[in-house]
Design a protein around this ligand. Sequence first.
Ligand code: RRO
Length: 348
Amino acid sequence: MTELTFRKTEEVFRRPDVDLTTRLGSITFPNPVFTASGCAAAGQELDQFFDVSELGGIVTKSIMLAPRSGRATPRMAETPSGMLNSIGLQGPGIDAFLDKDLAWLHQRGARAVVSIAGGSVDDFAKLAARLRGQKGLAMIEVNISCPNVEDRGQVFACDPMASASVIQAVKRSAPAGVPIFAKLSPDVTDITAIARACVDAGADGLSLINTLLGMVIDTDTMRPALGGITGGLSGPAIRPIAVRCVWQVRQALPDIPILGMGGIRTGLDALELILAGANAVSVGTTVFGDPSAPIRILDELAVALAERGFGSVAEAVGLAHRPPEVHVPEGPDPVGDTDPEPQQEDEQ
Ligand code: RRO
């Protein structure tokens, strides 16, 4: 069925007839384009640009148990084809989040993917328990990979055992039937080892990738540009890294759902991650300059899939892993033909 979509910009777009539904664990989402954690708060600000319930899901900014003011300013710096952030998990704490943000998303009809972050395994378990019985909750993204923490020991996703402990604890405390996705860091030697540890600990899927640890020095002040000194690098600069991580994890764990993110700006960028193995994608940094980007990218992705002859997004997931087509050169049949007839040249 062809769907007519009305944009608040009064533009009318006829989305091609492609089945965009995608399954992440036990949940089927209407389409594979989500927001990325930390880039759209809980979706309210974006709702003036498009109907946020039209996206596959809204991934919220990582929430902690208590309110937190975050790191010193400045908290953002531009980089070539990307940006650094050093927010430091600023947020209102889980109680205010549930009352205001999750309640709003539910009332709006959006599918909420709640990102949780903690400083200890116990924090994560408590956060997961607080999500029991909450309406509008579609999925939990367990952020074990925030780069902007006080010490690297708190980046659980840099260690398979620490990652597994968090996921096990979340799985035990979280509401039954809600998929648990572990968000991983690309800043490791072998992301598949961390991915396996999370899946063995009970993760239903993986979110790939968080930002990479980076740094900018202001050559006028001759000091670090960020108050927090280091920050997380995002944007198009990291897209090839995201593609590589999704590819490696899809290869290692063929049946695990993957939510892919990292520098997506267009429908073709989204398709690239899907071909690498993502079942759905999150759109992040580009939203700061183009708040309508997620819905535009969804439209562009539908067109890109239709143009390539796909009837559904599912057909494209991981397709880049297929073996190369073997090219059989034309020529005489070699079987039993030791003395081939000389070939006649075509008359021109
Ligand atoms: O808040 C942040 O500084 C932050 C988080 Br929680 C994260 O997961 N990734 C990031 O780049 N920044």
